[in-house]
Write a protein that binds this ligand. Structure first.
Ligand code: GLC
Length: 751
């Protein structure tokens, strides 16, 4: 831990306790006499929400204008860490300008179910992609001296009862799916802060979960920053402090500081625990020095606004996923007049609702942007008002579609359908929009559907009725221009799905366990989240993780993997006649694993831009983790060895090249009386001896051993009459553990 400076010793206990609780909703306590400044904290992951009104209220919606970049579900589709880092840098510049020392993001929770109301604010169903992009975001923002707050730690994968629900997650699933993104961010970028989540993890509130906040986060991962609570996540302040939660937010909460003082004075809380938390608070002050003034609320400089709007437009363009393009109908010819239909084209929905909601510096609409590229006629087609009358709007839109050469139809989820604070109950577009799509497709075969949604929506039953479908997510303030640029080929689409699109909600792996009951949600699907489930159990989806089309084509060749599997390389060629970007995805599978593993898991990805005819050799660096699973018996990562499948895919389903790799098995385990029969059977020396001994004892029915394979030998020997057959078990164990025998066993041909 950061060595507590002299300052800590100069603080009174009351001052120390005050430092560990927010001073206002959005700032920490200052101790002027010692030169400790207040620090401004605010949301959020895709834009600075520095509220104008009094800092003592949550103030949703009345913040100072700032650039609204694409929320995470859009940005993740770029599969471009360098781009995300640039967005992080821009956010850092805006945060500092507006008096913010810590920006509360990124959100890296895994998209366990497409129903989660806050999926717009999270990156992916895949831990590697979430971790890489979350790390890029943190690296970007902290390069400007502004702290990040990676959140929500951990297993906050739903909004239903988020403050009380217990996420029941087995150890391996936690380690392989729900923790790796946090681990990647912490170990590669050292975020200045981590935000603990509201929920309980296996029955223990995250805010007072010592294993989570100290044993794992600090002792195992080496986190050296400050842990703050989500707003209102603390239940018992003293228990939270002991668990490793340093700062309770929001403030002001004098009773919280008083609890700390009273606990120290009563001898139930050691003052050294308080000093450690204070030292982390002072470390944060040091890292963000010179502290921007949280009371400052300047407008952003004009040149920053302009530059960041262009960056938001570029980021939005890379986040668009072209799902379907029959014909191909896209890109449209700029000379072709189009009918633009859908209120979202005129009134864009470009971000999600809740704490992350930004007041944008400006907003581009697709209608204006398209009007700048070709002749346009417009019809709203539906109303965004909850009770808007759609019948006449549909009729008007259908009539326009009937008489137009091409239709670009903007549909999507109204703001009320998804938000922080509650989950969705279905994946469908509003009924009026479904009717509109069908009726327009019926009168005009040249209809391009553009989707506006934070969480995945179902494309049924209308998918086959239209030749082109663009997944435009929520793209931030410049999304309208980005969509127009993509539709008319100013920019080629290069986004890829960071979340699978199922045919039906019932097909999703968490369907029977989401959102749980009686304040408990069981992660019964285990590690089989998203494509890990669909690909392993062969459930068809409408579009798989990693899918996305461009305006050109690519070929893959010459996949090579080093003998030890630490590097893999492949050549990608642009075989089309226009420039484009491709996302090569590297997957690894372990068909011989002794535990249930997904048939493939993303272990690397690389986005490359290529001119027509050009080729590039892409190299992936693979760590041991690429071939590991979490072994609960030893509470550690294990490479089992044997055969692995290394694949290059355009998606989790569209595998282009595949090869196999053989890795050495781990050293032969030492045996004890508490080893299982299966351990003795797997041992190259004791295995054959045991089978022969069993054969003699059971008239050759060695299958008895299979039946008792999971039993510890010591327990098996307590069965009447069995012990004598194992009289020489001690000799067998000594033989098995003999160093010479172990060396020979380790060098026998693969067992
Ligand atoms: C909210 C969110 C969290 C946000 C915080 C401050 O409840 O869960 O993401 O940063 O409170 O608004």
């Amino acid at each position: 831990v950061y060595a507590a400076p002299r300052t800590t010793q100069q603080l009174t206990l009351q001052e120390k306790a005050a430092l560990l609780t927010g001073d206002t909703f959005w700032s920490t306590v200052a101790v002027e006499r010692l030169g400790i400044p207040a620090l401004g904290l605010t949301d959020g992951p895709h834009g600075v929400r520095k509220q104008r009104a009094s800092p003592d209220t949550i103030g949703l919606g009345d913040s100072i204008p700032a650039t609204c970049f694409p929320p995470a579900s859009g940005l993740a589709s770029s599969f471009n860490p360098a781009l995300v880092r640039r967005v992080g840098q821009a956010l850092g510049d805006e945060a500092r300008t507006q008096g913010i020392a810590v920006l509360l993001g990124p959100g890296v929770n895994i998209k366990r179910s497409p129903l989660c109301g806050r999926n717009f604010e999270y990156f992916s169903e895949d831990p590697l992609l979430s971790g890489e992009l979350g790390a890029a975001w943190v690296g970007g923002i902290q390069s400007r001296g502004v702290g990040a707050s990676v959140k929500h730690f951990a297993a906050n994968n739903q909004e239903t009862n988020r403050m009380t629900v217990s996420a029941e997650v087995d150890e391996r699933t936690l380690r392989e799916i729900y923790l790796p993104a946090f681990e990647r961010v912490v170990t590669s970028e050292q975020p200045y802060t981590v935000m603990c989540s509201y929920n309980r993890l296996n029955g223990v509130a995250a805010s007072e979960n010592h294993w989570l906040l100290t044993t794992l986060l600090r002792d195992e991962w080496g986190f050296d920053g400050l842990v703050m609570s989500d707003w209102g996540a603390v239940i018992d302040r003293v228990a939270a402090l002991k668990a490793g939660l340093d700062l309770e937010m929001p403030g002001p909460l004098p009773e919280s500081s008083a609890e700390i003082v009273a606990a120290v004075q009563a001898g139930v809380l050691d003052e050294s625990v308080v000093d450690t938390a204070v030292a982390r608070m002072l470390h944060l002050v040091q890292r963000t020095a010179p502290a921007p003034d949280p009371k400052a609320s300047p407008e952003l400089p004009a040149e920053m606004v302009a530059a960041h709007h262009l960056l938001a437009r570029a980021a939005a363009a890379e986040s668009i996923v072209l799902l379907r393009n029959e014909g191909p109908i896209l890109p449209l010819d700029a000379g072709t007049p189009v009918a633009v239909i859908g209120e979202f084209a005129r009134t864009p929905r470009f971000q999600g609702a809740g704490s992350s909601q930004v007041s944008p510096t400006m907003v581009d609409t697709a209608l204006c942007a398209i009007s700048g590229l070709t002749r346009v006629e417009f019809a709203p087609g539906y109303s965004l008002e909850p009770k808007g009358d759609s019948a006449h709007l549909i009729a008007e839109a259908v009539e326009l579609a009937r008489t137009s050469a091409t239709v670009v139809l903007f549909v999507g989820l109204p703001p009320i359908d998804e938000s922080e604070g509650y989950d969705r109950s279905h994946l469908d577009l509003p009924a009026a929009q479904l009717s509109l799509i069908e009726q327009i497709a019926a009168v005009n075969p040249r209809t391009v559907v553009v989707l506006t949604n934070g969480g995945v929506v179902s494309l049924e039953p209308w998918h086959d009725s239209v030749p082109a479908i663009v997944e435009a997510w929520l793209l931030g303030q410049a999304g309208g221009s980005a969509v127009a640029d993509m539709l008319f080929g100013v920019v080629a689409p290069s986004g890829r799905l960071a979340e699978s699109i199922p045919y039906r909600l019932q097909d999703t792996p968490s369907y029977v366990n989401f959102p749980g009951e009686n304040d408990v949600v069981r992660y019964g699907e285990g590690v089989f989240v998203g494509y890990r489930y669909y690909e392993t159990v062969d459930v068809a989806v409408r579009y798989p993780f990693g899918h996305g089309l461009g305006y050109t084509t690519f070929a893959y060749s010459d996949l090579a993997v080093s003998r030890r599997g630490d590097t893999a390389s492949v050549t990608i060629t642009n075989t089309g006649n226009t420039a484009g970007a491709e996302v090569a995805q590297l997957y690894v599978g372990a068909p011989g694993a002794t535990v249930r593993v997904a048939c493939r898991e993303l272990r690397g990805f690389e986005k490359v831009a290529l001119e027509p005819g050009a080729s590039v050799r892409v190299e992936f660096q693979l760590e041991r983790r690429a071939y590991s699973h979490w072994d609960v018996a030893t509470s550690g990562w294990m490479v089992e060895g044997g055969e692995y499948r290394v694949e290059i895919g355009r998606s989790a389903h569209d595998i282009q090249l595949s090869t196999t790799l053989s890795l050495p098995k781990p050293p032969v385990p030492t045996l004890t009386l508490d080893s299982r029969v299966s351990d003795f059977l797997a041992h190259p020396v004791t295995g054959p001896l045991l089978v022969r001994a069993a054969g003699e004892a059971t008239n050759g029915e060695a299958s008895l051993l299979t039946m008792v394979a999971s039993m510890p030998i010591r327990r098996l020997m307590r069965f009447p009459g069995v012990g004598s057959s194992f009289a020489r078990i001690g000799l067998l164990i000594a033989l098995a553990n003999n160093p010479v025998v172990r060396w020979v066993a380790a060098h026998l041909p693969h067992r």
